[in-house]
Design a protein around this ligand. Structure first.
Ligand code: LCS
Length: 405
């Protein structure tokens, strides 16, 4: 494999994970096979014993999957990566690898709903307790850490509130407590933020989002910093079995090539839309890391290279007004997920964060009136025109229901 360490991120996106292939193929072939033939019984035995390197069975390792894993490990500045069948399979693999009964986890209160649910149901059932705190408040994190804390898990910016956690400071707290820092970097992608550079031990992504970028794959990835951790995680993933498949890996690897330019456009469009929404008379509050009004704006500047493509806001008129808006958009599509080239809109309290329950949602700042948009790479004027026409419907409706605007 070529060494791209000294090249720019844009160049790495195009070339990372690419090797020499049969027939001079410039992209990794799709090895759509479940198993690999041994040259002899001795060869098979030595592969299993780890005395020789080679492929055995796709759940264990596959060249197409490995190419995509190597590319993302390089983009994140990690050692190696593990491709998983979904972002949630990646989250599960991480907790299965890093915790056992009797351990304690500190987790951001604003994270993707099912991550909270996994910790508070399945991991709890296996004896792992979690304290959920606002990790943007470092004192709260310090107070939550216990002698048996093994993992501090953060999403920054958090889904959906977009609150920002100081990665460098969190890493210092974790180091002192002998705990590992795990960062879900899905909302930023390695184009905008590299948590390992700020002391994180493990980075994960839902590949379903910006890394693939085209809303046609479900996948996840875990990036680790050293060989020992990699071997431990690989054994865990092999046993749990939540691996990604070769074709989806091929699609993700293809998506990576345009990651840098896609993220530039996501940021540019989202910044313009956030500034436009902030001035709109119907918008009660807005959260976007690129706005100076964001409570952790300066923390963001320290650790990311762009504010990303996600915006959350609340309308005057709350949920009722938000529903009118969501039912009135024409270009934005009313759907969960995020990070694709197409713009989406959704309602966290009744959709992505529903499983958490109201109490946990409110503790994480996820109010019933919150609307989340994932800004795509379309022409920004078209996107603003669509939001504008949908907000006009809210104004009319508001007159009917006599909501004070
Ligand atoms: N982490 C984050 C930050 C996410 O946003 C998601 C999914 C996951 C992990 C899980 O990834 P998956 O298993 O779906 O690949 N977020 C979604 C969302 O906000 N809307 O729909 C899915």
């Amino acid at each position: 494999m070529k060494d791209h360490k000294k090249t720019d991120f844009q160049t790495k996106c195009v070339h990372s994970g690419i090797d020499e292939y049969e027939h001079g193929s410039v992209v990794p072939p799709i090895y759509q096979t479940s198993t690999f033939k041994f040259k002899s019984a001795q060869h098979g035995a030595s592969l299993f014993a780890g005395e020789e390197k080679g492929y055995i069975y796709t759940r264990l390792l596959n060249p197409t999957i490995e190419a995509m894993e190597n590319a993302i490990a390089e983009l994140e500045g990690g050692h190696k990566a593990l491709g998983c069948g979904s972002g949630m399979a990646a989250v599960h693999t991480i907790f299965a690898a890093l915790t056992q009964s009797g351990d304690h986890v500190v987790c951001s209160s604003a994270v993707y709903g099912p991550t909270t649910t996994l910790l508070s149901t399945i991991m709890r059932k296996f004896g792992v307790e979690t304290t959920f705190v606002d990790t943007s408040n470092l004192d709260e994190v310090r107070k939550a850490v216990k002698p048996n804390t093994k993992v501090i898990y953060v999403e920054t910016p958090g889904n959906p509130t977009l609150c920002i956690t100081d990665l460098e400071e969190i890493s210092k707290i974790a180091k002192k407590a002998n705990a590992k820092v795990v960062v879900d970097n899905t909302f930023m992608s390695p184009a905008l933020q590299n948590p390992i550079a700020f002391g994180a031990d493990v980075v994960m992504h839902s590949l379903t989002k910006f890394l693939n970028g085209h809303a046609d794959v479900v996948g996840g990835i875990v990036v680790v910093k050293d060989e020992e951790t990699y071997q431990h995680f690989r054994k865990t993933l092999n046993q749990i079995g939540g691996v990604i498949d070769p074709f989806n890996s091929f699609l993700v690897h293809r998506g990576l090539k345009t990651l840098a330019i896609r993220m530039e456009r996501h940021c540019e469009n989202a910044q313009k839309i956030a500034e436009w929404l902030e001035k709109h008379p119907l918008v009660e509050s807005i959260s976007y890391p690129g706005l100076k009004s964001h409570p952790q704006y300066n923390v963001g500047l320290k650790q990311h290279r762009g504010p990303g493509g996600m915006i959350t806001f609340e309308l005057k008129g709350g949920l009722e007004a938000g529903r009118v808006m969501m039912d009135s958009v024409r270009l934005f599509q009313l759907a969960v997920s995020l990070g694709g080239v197409e713009s989406l809109i959704q309602h966290p309290a009744s959709m992505t964060h529903f499983t958490m329950g109201k109490e946990a949602r409110l503790a994480g700042g996820i109010t019933d009136g919150l609307v989340r948009i994932s800004v795509g790479i379309e022409n920004v004027n078209d996107l603003i025109a669509d939001l504008e026409q949908s907000l006009k419907k809210v104004e009319v409706k508001n007159k009917d229901v006599q909501v004070t605007v």
